[in-house]
Design a protein around this ligand. Structure first.
Ligand code: ATP
Ligand code: MG
Length: 260
């Protein structure tokens, strides 16, 4: 299953949530994190991969195969984008990007997509028919943040993209979100430690920090309520398919026997 983190507004915490939740989820099921912010991504910094040449940009430029751009960060597989200005030389072929994501979906239980803000010509949201990705909308606690989140939810509705729920990040008790946003699944605190982790060079959040604790609760909920159910359904579908092909195989064998 693919889960995207999105908001048309920048800087709300999409990458922070996507990278950390992917890391937590990878303790339980086979998970890959993919930085789809081709021109503006910074996930390489989260995983200490800022100087690797094997990026999603290099894949899109035809330099590497999907298998060659996967890096391992403990249990988590990671695909980063080029964090340097050389990223602007990337040929954003959306079909090739969707092909990569669908390839990963077959190999992993969960594919986490860190999406860019805004709506650009090449935004993969518009290819959702072939992509079949479900979204977590990450909004931030501010008045413009409410506007951005409501606009994002409206956009996803118009595009027919399923939404798992909205997370409000950087909560400083400015807005009572429960009264405004219907599909709220979590409110995560503004926590200076999140910013400080950049300075110490460990952007993956410790579960014991205020933000980390709340984020790990959200991840557990997501695993219990959503991911495990979805994986169980997928396994049931696979068993049903195998069962069906077994029966059809047996029927064909019987037909062959009868015709002899
Ligand atoms: N809960 C939080 N408390 C404090 N700072 C936070 C929190 N969440 C994220 N940040 C900080 O906010 C900044 C933006 O976060 P991040 O890069 O995850 O946002 P983004 O939505 O991915 O941005 P972009 O739209 O540019 O991709 C970072 O410096 C990050 O450390
Ligand atoms: Mg980001």
């Amino acid at each position: 299953m693919k889960i995207g983190f999105y908001n048309i507004q920048g800087g709300t915490g999409k990458t922070t949530l996507a990278a950390n939740m992917a890391y937590y989820i990878s303790d339980v099921v086979k998970t890959v994190f993919v930085d789809c912010d081709i021109y503006g991504g910074n996930s390489a910094l989260f995983f200490n991969l800022e100087s690797v040449p094997e990026t999603i940009n290099a894949y899109l430029n035809g330099k590497y195969s999907p298998g060659e751009i996967i890096h391992e960060y403990e249990n988590l597989s990671v695909i980063v984008s080029d964090p340097t200005p050389a990223a602007f030389d990337t040929d954003l072929n959306v079909e090739k990007l969707v092909e990569l994501l669908n390839h990963l979906d077959k190999k992993y239980d969960v594919v986490i997509l860190d999406l860019p803000p805004n709506i650009t010509e090449g935004n993969i949201l518009f290819s959702n028919e072939e992509l079949s990705c479900k979204m977590i909308v990450v909004g931030e606690d501010s008045i413009p943040g409410v506007g951005g989140t409501l606009k994002t939810l409206e956009l996803l509705d118009v595009l027919g993209t399923p939404v798992i729920g909205t997370v409000i990040n950087k909560d400083r008790k400015i807005v009572e979100y429960e009264d405004v946003i219907e599909n709220l699944i979590a409110i995560l605190p503004y926590d200076e430690e999140v910013e400080e982790q950049w300075i110490i060079g460990e952007p993956i959040v410790k579960k014991k920090s205020h933000f980390g604790k709340e984020l790990s609760f959200l991840t557990e909920d997501l695993l219990d309520v959503y991911i495990e159910k979805d994986l169980a359904t997928q396994r049931a579908i696979e068993i049903a398919k195998e069962f069906k092909s077994h029966i059809i195989g047996e029927e064909e064998e019987e037909k062959k026997d009868e015709s002899l």
